[in-house]
Design a protein around this ligand. Structure first.
Ligand SMILES: Cc1cc2nc3c(=O)[nH]c(=O)nc-3n(C[C@H](O)[C@H](O)[C@H](O)COP(=O)(O)OP(=O)(O)OC[C@H]3O[C@@H](n4cnc5c(N)ncnc54)[C@H](O)[C@@H]3O)c2cc1C
Length: 387
């Protein structure tokens, strides 16, 4: 590990311990939101400490970390549910920045990417649709755009689009002329006539900034200059976005899994019962050992996938394995931490109950566990990949 990466990692750890965790007292634990004025104040500190958009290239205001370096830093930031957003490297903006950096034109970079990097605006990614539309199976996509002069006329119905309430623009996946092969990404400003944010859907876990929203596109006129990439490149670009974005989720979830176990350890090493500390009970020590093994395994899988992505190699199998393993690990660790901390862990006095509610989405969003198992199994059955 180069010195600079370990220094950034140490800075990220200090930011979480000194700034983000103390600021969690301002966090609305029922909805998972932070007051905007507090966000502004803390984002200023993140910038002063050199932790703003660390994942971007140096030329774009980031620190030029490769995916392995990003994994080391994001897994530190992930220890607090608010730290990634304070450093402008949370989903969905972080994945959208990555995609725009790779695929946007100069004009699109100026209008969409730059303000996003500066934290002046937010964005959302709109792929999922109500049944019978696209969900686990993207081939069921129903949203459609038809060319009309220099514009495309977009119609569609999307839901569970994170961050859409209050976002300035959306990246929308839609077919062109009802042709699946011509699936394309459209950059849609949210002030476009015909676009409606129908509702922020009430969910089990955090609503985060901008919630998880249902959206309608009724004859929305999208100028040709707002196509991201070319007609028919939608799925190629979504692979460019989803691989790294799934993995950056894993990095943050590793951090949250560690934090849950740290909270549990604090409790167990202080709680007196049956004539000693709770942490002296072998049954409890084994719970910690099992979670530590799961975290370590998940982190190693994440690092393996990160290294493949850093070397521009095919990382799909490794990303699916990491996403499956780490999302399950997060659920296991938070559940175990609540068990160790007893009734207090179940209450809102501790933060574990929010982690628990949020953890549940990890096994569904960005591909449910079952679709990742399907991908892994198919790759193995094809004989192209070994065991
Ligand atoms: C918190 C959260 C945030 C999200 N953010 C976004 C976002 O920003 N943008 C966006 O476009 N979408 C977003 N989503 C949607 C998410 O990507 C979808 O929920 C996911 O792709 C699954 O699609 P679905 O919900 O339609 O479930 P369905 O496709 O209806 O699948 C239902 C269940 O079927 C099972 N299943 C699916 N395939 C298989 C298989 N091959 N074998 C066995 N079982 C299978 C799985 O258990 C799955 O959970 C978000 C979802 C959540 C929960």
């Amino acid at each position: 590990m180069s010195n600079s990466v370990s220094e950034i990692q140490a800075k990220a750890k200090a930011f979480v311990d000194e700034i983000a965790i103390p600021a969690e007292q301002f966090y609305d634990y029922s909805r998972g939101r932070m007051p905007e004025d507090k966000v502004e104040e803390l984002r200023k500190i993140a910038k002063e400490r050199g932790l703003w958009t660390v994942h971007l290239p140096k030329s774009e205001g980031g620190l030029g970390l490769d995916m392995v370096g990003t994994a080391l830093v994001f897994s530190e930031l992930g220890r607090s549910p608010i730290a990634p957003y304070l450093c402008n490297c949370d989903a969905p903006d972080e994945g959208n920045m990555h995609l725009l950096h790779l695929a946007a034109t100069e004009d699109q970079k100026k209008n969409f990417y730059q303000p996003l990097v500066e934290g002046k605006i937010r964005s959302a990614f709109a792929m999922t649709e109500p049944p019978p539309g696209a969900g686990s199976d993207p081939t069921s996509l129903t949203s459609n755009a038809v060319k009309h002069g220099d514009d495309y006329i977009l119609n569609g119905h999307k839901w569970y689009c994170t961050g859409a309430n209050g976002a300035d623009f959306l990246i929308v996946m839609a077919k062109v002329n009802d042709s699946f092969r011509r699936t394309t990404m459209f950059l849609v400003p949210t002030n476009s006539p015909g676009y409606t944010m129908i509702q922020e859907i009430d969910v089990l876990g955090s609503h985060g900034p901008g919630g998880h929203c249902e959206l309608k596109f009724e004859n929305v006129r999208v100028p040709e200059k707002n196509l991201l990439g070319k007609v028919g490149e939608g799925f190629r670009l979504s692979q460019l976005r989803l691989g790294p974005a799934r993995l950056t989720h894993c990095m943050r979830w590793i951090g949250l899994s560690r934090r849950a176990m740290e909270i549990a350890r604090d409790y167990a090493t202080n709680r007196e019962l049956f004539g000693g500390k709770l942490s002296e009970q072998q049954g409890i020590q084994w719970m910690f050992a099992e979670c530590a093994l799961a975290i370590e395994s998940g982190f190693l899988l994440t690092l393996k996938a990160a290294e493949l992505l850093s070397k521009d190699l095919d990382a799909r199998q490794a990303v699916s394995m990491a996403k499956w393993q780490v999302s399950e690990t997060l659920n296991k660790c938070v559940d175990t931490a609540i068990q160790i901390t007893g009734s207090h862990g179940y209450s809102r006095y501790m933060k574990l109950e929010l982690f628990y509610r949020d953890a549940r989405a990890a096994r569904i969003a960005d591909g449910p566990t079952e679709t990742h198992k399907m991908v892994i199994g198919r790759n193995l059955m094809s004989g192209k990949l070994g065991f």
